[in-house]
Design a protein around this ligand. Sequence first.
Ligand code: AMP
Ligand code: MG
Length: 341
Amino acid sequence: MTIVINMRELDERKMRIAARFIREGKLVAFPTETVYGLGADALNEAAVRRIFEAKGRPPDNPLIVHIADFEQLYGLAEEIPEEAKILAEKFWPGPLTFVLPKREVVPSVTTGGLDTVAVRMPANEIALSLIRISGRAIAAPSANISGKPSPTSAEHVVDDFYGRIECIIDGGETEIGVESTVIDLTSSPPVLLRPGGLPLEEIKKVVGKVEIHPAVRGYAADTAKAPGMKYRHYAPNARVVVVEGRRERVRRKIAELIEEYRRKGFRVGVMATGGSYDADAYVNLGKSEEEIAKNLFKALRELDKKNVDIILAEGIEEKGLGLAVMNRLKKAAGYRTIMLK
Ligand code: AMP
Ligand code: MG
């Protein structure tokens, strides 16, 4: 049985119901500013194991632990470097996750067997209140069946998990729409493991040099430190093809491909930042990087519901949130990209 709690505004009385589920080792999906999370008590091994089962998530793909106060970090991480303090001061609560050496109390199921733990403080009142009222750190990966596009609304969570988890808190659409930026603070300089809701440029302004893990752009030779990056991800049922290059050329190419695929009898969907196309389905992602990030996962889910066979996606520049958007798009495409000069 799944209880769906409608919470467009924070309601502490209702929140106590959800918080009790967390304390009892049950699963609660909740909104954050990035995407919806599928939460359980991070230090309760059996509860965390249920997250993996519900999602069908590979056991070596670690979870992010969510906290509501900086002090909570001391209970999870063995060492807290100066950079973590400076970055937290500037960006927490917010879409930035630190990877730090874990304390022994953190079960290895939570960290996918690694001796490091990923932690962040979400900038969402509902998420913060759930953490505070339950009195627990909450492990929460994105609340989607493993491999599917991440959920940006409670409806998406209902589609994937209704009847399979105890509780879904409906807090409306998420603001940012892509997951948090993950940065490894166990090495110096820090390493970007996953681009996300906080642009890399912002982090560099604070800590100077940041290395970029090769998996970020898709060259995943060594994924030991970025385990999440090796899996097929964010993928709708349709085959996705990303077309990158100068805008006019990209649009012309997409128009050509639509014709070509339709001639072969495929149903074709398009995801673009403008232009007009003679496709079976079309989603306009918007113009700014922020709008595109916000609409991306919803668009992939919507196009799937229209039963298209192919999704042609317009690539965008890899700056600001564009780096996170392109990382998700390329993964959704299984790295099928067409690069136009
Ligand atoms: P999700 O919450 O579904 O976006 O997945 C969490 C992601 O955070 C994982 O797939 C990893 O990319 C990253 N992550 C979590 N814990 C660690 C860790 N200890 N080391 C490196 N990356 C991590
Ligand atoms: Mg995920």
